[in-house]
Structures are given as C-alpha cells and as structure tokens.
Design a protein around this ligand. Structure first.
Ligand code: TXA
Ligand code: MG
Length: 324
C-alpha cells in the first residue's frame, strides 16, 4: 500500500512518471472519455490483484483491458470480420467488445476471472492514449471507485474514494461522456451486456437488432449486480412531484424548481455527462431526510444507460453498501 497518492498532471513528465509506476506494478488512476479508470499492467498478477484489493471488488468480476491501437487489441483477442468492422466504426470510443481471448494473450488470469473471453476497449481520450502508447502494453482498468459506489468523472472523485490506496492519479480534467462504455458481446451472436456511452441504436444501425444479455440476478457481464452507484441517501425515480425535503434532480421542462438539473434543455448527452456528479451533489445536500428524487428520463439513446445507472442507484442494497 502506498503511503501517499501522487497527483500527476497530464504533462510529458507526468505521463512518463505514470508509465514508470505502471511498469513497476503500481496502480494509476487514469482519465478516459467515459469515467476515470484504475489502471494496472494487465499482464502482472500482482498489479491486477491490487486493483481488486484497492476497490474492494469481488474477485469473480472480470476487468476491461485498455489498448492503444488495433495491433495491441489483436494480440489479446480474436477479431472476426464483425469485430473488425465494429472496431473500425466505433474505436477509439465508449464501446467495449467482449471477444474470444487469445491463448497467447499473456494476460493475468485475474483480468478475465478465468473466462475464455476478454473485454477490450480503445479509449478516446488524448491522455489515456498517450499513456497507453508510452506504456506500450495492455492496461486493466475498472472504474476508479470503491466497489458499489458512484463512478468518478473528475480526478477529485478518485482522490476522495481511493486516495492513499493507489500510487497515483493522472489528472486529465472532466470526463466528457460521463457514463461507462457500452459492452457488446461478440463472442457469439451480438448481445448487449451493458448500456453505456454508445447508444444501442448506433450499434443496431450497423448490426441489426441486438439481444439483451444478462439481468440483475444472472448477470452476463458479471459486474451487473442490482445495487451499484449507491449514494448514502435513498433514491426514487420517475418523480414529477417530489416529497417535502427530497432533493429533486430535474431533466428538461417542468423541473424549474429542482435543486439540481441533469439538463435544463432536456439534452441526453449533457445529462449523461452530469449524472454521476448529480448523485454526489444530491447526496451531499440530502441531509437528515436522506432522499433523492430523479425526474423521468426518456428511455432512448443515452437515456437507456442513464436509466440503467439510476435503477442501480435506487436498488435495495446488500449489507456492505447499505447506509450504515
Ligand atoms: O467506460 C468504461 O468501461 C470504464 C473505463 C475506465 O474504461 N471501465 C469500466 O470497467 O466501467 P468496470 O470494471 O467498472 O466494468 C467492467 C464490466 C463489468 O461489468 C464486467 O463484469 C464486464 O465489464 N466484463 C469484463 N470482462 C467480461 C467478459 N469477459 N465477459 C462479460 N463481461 C465482462
Ligand atoms: Mg464500475
């Protein structure tokens, strides 16, 4: 465990230092366009084990491998024609592909939790890409939050959640998308394993109708357990008339009296970027009443991913993430 978490700027010097820490098996929180990731060398068992430890994450939950380019991706996973076409269309970007793991991928088995598939993504953030290029290898990176808590979209969120538990935080500013990547299973017929930053509609325009994979009790993407993104306060959804004392988070017209808004003009892209910060802010404001009420969000495009995260934030909590 490090004594102190270094804060690195996204300068040449900061990037080199981050790459050096990663090469030594250390953990660095890195900016991506979706959320901050907690990165470690995907080939190093000890580094990967420390990711789970720092997050307090159950070991059965596999991690996403981040790559700088397609050559690196093809060394880790088997790309068929469909995978090549999807990667060409959506990478770099907020799309993770689950593909057959190559026998000679060289990854720590902890990354894939022993599965014969691997989740892989090429992030679209200049700092992440520069770091991946400097490191010149695959980085395992789950969202850089304690397991079950709200994902970080700013360096300060990482510091609040994981400060003192990881070697460094590389500050790349605010995450533009604000929601984790969409996860598409392509190790069989295309299946949507997690809604996220790339709308399902955009994938279906290319691939035709896509099946939904997994659910809260039998997750296909093993991280998709019901309660997640849990703030301290209780969360209610689809609220047009908040109860007295509730913190109301608005979206679009009719929510002018809301204390917080995801997007006053009803823009889903803006709402996605503000979602996790709104959970943190509302939680801080909820006080002794301890309740947050979200206005309805249309279930289209990025709205599906927003509603998915809000349902998890509102779900009953297992004891370890309960309010006590
Ligand atoms: O946007 C993102 O995806 C962020 C940034 C940092 O890239 N990362 C992220 O990672 O959200 P994480 O670990 O919080 O979520 C990874 C999800 C989990 O639900 C996990 O179960 C699933 O990916 N996953 C990983 N490998 C898988 C596999 N082989 N098959 C199915 N699901 C897999
Ligand atoms: Mg996460």
């Amino acid at each position: 465990m490090p004594e102190k978490t270094l804060k690195l700027d996204a300068t040449q010097e900061g990037l080199l230092q981050a790459a050096h820490i990663l090469r030594s098996g250390g953990l660095v929180a890195i900016p991506t366009e979706t959320v901050y990731g907690l990165a470690g060398d995907a080939r190093n068992d000890k580094a990967v084990a420390r990711i789970f430890e720092a997050k307090g994450r159950p070991h059965f939950n596999p991690l996403i491998v981040h790559v700088s380019d397609l050559d690196m991706a093809r060394k880790v996973a088997v790309f068929d024609e469909t995978a090549e076409a999807v990667a060409a269309a959506f990478w770099p970007g907020a799309l993770t592909l689950v593909l057959p793991l190559r026998a000679d991928a060289g990854l720590s088995p902890l990354v894939t939790a022993g599965l014969d598939s691997v989740a892989i993504r090429m992030p679209d953030h200049v700092v992440a890409r520069q770091l991946l290029t400097a490191f010149a290898g695959p980085l395992a990176a789950p969202s850089a939050n304690p397991s079950g808590r709200v994902s970080p979209t700013k360096a300060i969120h990482v510091e609040q959640g994981l400060g003192g538990r990881i070697e460094a935080i590389l500050d790349g500013g605010d995450c533009k998308v604000g929601l984790e990547s969409t996860i598409l299973g392509l190790d069989g017929p295309p299946v949507l394993l997690r809604p996220g930053g790339i709308p399902q509609e955009a994938l279906e325009a290319m691939l035709g109708p896509i099946g939904q994979g997994g659910n809260a009790t039998k997750p296909n993407a093993p991280g998709q357990l019901a309660s997640h993104y849990a703030p301290e306060a209780g969360v209610r959804l689809g609220v047009t008339h908040p109860d007295p004392g509730e913190i109301w988070v608005g979206f679009g017209a009719g929510c002018e009296s809301a204390q917080i808004t995801l997007s006053a003009r009803g823009d889903l892209v803006e709402a996605a970027a503000n979602l996790f910060q709104s959970l943190r802010d509302a939680d801080g404001m909820a006080g002794s009443v301890g309740r947050i009420a979200y206005a309805p969000i249309p279930d289209i495009g990025l709205g599906r991913a927003i509603n998915d995260r809000l349902r998890r934030a509102a779900a009953p909590r297992p004891p370890e993430t309960s309010r006590s």
